[in-house]
Write a protein that binds this ligand. Structure first.
Ligand code: TXA
Ligand code: MG
Length: 360
């Protein structure tokens, strides 16, 4: 990219539960003046700018190398602000806000033209979220404006779950990084489209389909969520972000899905072939399976029946395998139910077309 970055990046430690008000005031000032501040949320770290400031929002796209047609989520500090930003005349937004906000749920509703068109990528709709992390909420309040914030990674890299990840990707490109330790859930928020009926999950996350259905009745999942296809196959995705290869480590990732025993056998066979060819191999597997993959750089991700454990460590594991300079990554799949749907979606995206359905 031709754009040059010259800014000095300040890294400030803050207490995740009760951040220092003086630090938060300063961070708020940076946003008010059109600067960029990376901050923790309960999902992943975000890169914030004032959603009302066209120049500031454009800088987010430049800093990340993000395509301009991929809109940003607008973060608010109080649920009442939803109706200033979006048309919730159906009332479903308010119902969901009562049930799940603050938390990892993003609502897509018809916009009211309040935020800069750079943030919505010119769409008629707007994506809004009230985060639960105390630092995120203190920052939005201190800024006094809605905060547009994508994940704080370079476009195409795994989302950051620590301030160190943000530093790796964005040092010299943003004014400030607030370090409050690891982000909570490790995968991005659920994105729910309320402009259609029944509501449609565009991106699965910490609020599950099952939980949404308890409030709304029927909720559908966009077929693109679990589609195994290359980015070029999806021509008109509902969520512009879905057409890009996301969450991706540098090495190609091969995802093995199917029944546990058969899957382990297939993965071991592939590992043996790769090792025999002299390749450095990374393996992502469930807790307890490490010993099956001798010779590889193995990262256990948690119990198979606890997808939230897998979610919490997934992006850090992908970055770690990059640092270990593995040439290929072999990954065990997870069942796509509950929080497992979010994990399966991220793994399939990281795999691109390389998903192997293992039969018994
Ligand atoms: O957990 C999260 O949601 C994190 C934290 C920082 O809040 N943010 C995040 O932002 O993941 P980002 O930009 O990485 O992902 C936003 C997703 C993209 O897939 C984008 O296409 C979609 O939301 N999106 C935004 N506005 C939309 C709209 N009006 N209609 C459909 N999809 C939209
Ligand atoms: Mg992102």
């Amino acid at each position: 990219m031709a754009f040059r970055f010259h800014c000095k990046t300040e890294l400030l430690a803050v207490d995740p539960q009760s951040p220092d008000p003086a630090v938060m005031r300063r961070a708020g000032e940076v946003l008010k003046r059109g600067g960029l501040v990376a901050f923790p949320t309960e999902t992943v770290y975000g890169l914030g700018a004032s959603a009302l400031d066209q120049g500031a929002v454009r800088r987010i796209f430049q800093a990340k190398g993000r395509p301009a047609d991929n809109p940003l989520i607008i973060h608010i500090a109080a649920a009442e602000e939803l109706e200033w930003l979006a048309d919730d005349s159906g009332g479903r937004g308010r119902l969901l806000a009562q049930a799940f906000w603050p938390g990892p749920l993003t609502l897509v509703l018809p916009g009211r033209g309040r935020v800069t068109t750079a943030a919505t990528a010119g769409l008629d709709s707007v994506a809004v979220r009230l985060p639960a992390h105390p630092v995120a909420r203190a920052l939005i309040r201190a800024a006094g404006v809605p905060v547009a914030a994508p994940s704080a990674n370079l476009s195409g890299r795994p989302s950051p779950t620590t301030a160190a990840h943000v530093w790796q990707d964005l040092a010299g490109r943003v004014e400030m990084i607030l370090d409050a330790g690891p982000a909570g859930q490790g995968v991005e928020s659920t994105v729910l489209d309320l402009t259609v009926s029944p509501p449609l999950i565009l991106r699965p996350g910490g609020v599950t389909r099952e939980e949404l259905q308890r409030v709304l009745g029927r909720v559908d999942v966009d077929p693109a969520v679990l589609a195994v296809q290359k980015e070029t196959d999806i021509e008109q995705p509902r969520s512009p972000g879905m057409k890009y290869r996301h969450y991706a480590p540098r090495a190609p990732l091969y995802l093995f899905e199917g029944e546990a025993v058969a899957l382990r056998r297939a993965l071991r066979e592939r590992l043996a072939t790769e090792l025999a060819a002299g390749r450095r191999v990374g393996v992502l597997c469930r807790e307890g399976n490490q010993a099956c993959y001798e010779g590889a750089v193995v990262v256990p991700l948690g119990r198979q029946d606890r997808p939230e454990q897998v979610a919490a460590g997934l992006y850090a594991a992908l970055r770690y395998l990059d640092e270990q300079a593995v040439e290929i990554i072999l990954a065990e799949g997870v069942p796509a139910v509950g929080m497992g749907l979010a994990v399966a979606n991220r793994l399939r995206r990281a795999a691109g077309g390389n998903v192997l359905e293992v039969k018994n």
